[in-house]
Ligand binder design. Structure first.
Ligand SMILES: Cc1cc2nc3c(=O)[nH]c(=O)nc-3n(C[C@H](O)[C@H](O)[C@H](O)COP(=O)(O)O)c2cc1C
Length: 173
């Protein structure tokens, strides 16, 4: 099956829109269905309170219930999953998504923005939660740092060049 005939889903989590910009560029480049992941009970506005809640969720293995419902996930061949680094891990909502939806037999491609400390264990966790998928090399770039009051810093024009190079390497462009 050629790349152009594949059905593509792009699912992303974004609190301050950095990962959203990456998702939109990927969508522009490869098409498909673009979906923002939402949970039933949104995280608080306050950054520190959110950080503490995420620490607790990670420690207890709590999987926040998703508000987002994806229609007929079986139809997709390629699933991009985008997320910020949270507490040097995969954010709990994305853990929920990968637990809830079976991506068996599909190609899974992670992408990430972070506050300057990298992807932590997040890409590894994606691979672990998709044992029967082909997980390709992810894309990561520095985004904002809400801790330091820097919210959206990723600009489309600059990120686009890097994303195109990555997609070409994966033979998706
Ligand atoms: C709860 C929380 C935890 C975070 N933990 C980390 C971290 O461990 N390492 C890091 O580099 N950035 C961390 N960040 C910063 C985000 O990864 C960074 O700002 C990212 O670009 C945000 O993406 P978004 O705008 O799509 O939400 C954290 C942000 C939040 C809200």
């Amino acid at each position: 099956q050629s790349v152009s005939s594949k059905k593509i889903l792009i699912v992303y989590l974004s609190r301050t829109n950095n990962t959203k910009v990456l998702a939109e560029i990927i969508h522009q480049q490869v098409g498909g269905t673009l979906i923002a992941l939402e949970i039933e009970k949104p995280y608080p506005q306050n950054y520190q309170v959110t950080v503490q809640q995420v620490v607790h969720e990670n420690e207890t293995g709590f999987l926040p219930p998703l508000k987002t419902k994806i229609d007929r996930i079986q139809q997709y061949d390629v699933v991009f999953v985008g997320f910020p680094t949270w507490g040097m891990q995969l954010p709990p909502p994305m853990k929920s998504f990968l637990h809830q939806y079976d991506l068996k037999g599909k190609t899974v491609i992670p992408f990430n923005s972070n506050g300057g400390y990298g992807t932590g264990s997040s890409f590894q966790t994606v691979a672990e939660l998709c044992p029967n998928s082909t997980v390709l090399d992810g894309f990561t770039t520095r985004g904002g740092s809400e801790r330091d009051g820097q919210l959206l810093v990723i600009q489309g024009a600059r990120a686009k060049t890097a994303i195109q190079a990555w997609l070409r390497k994966l033979k998706l462009l």
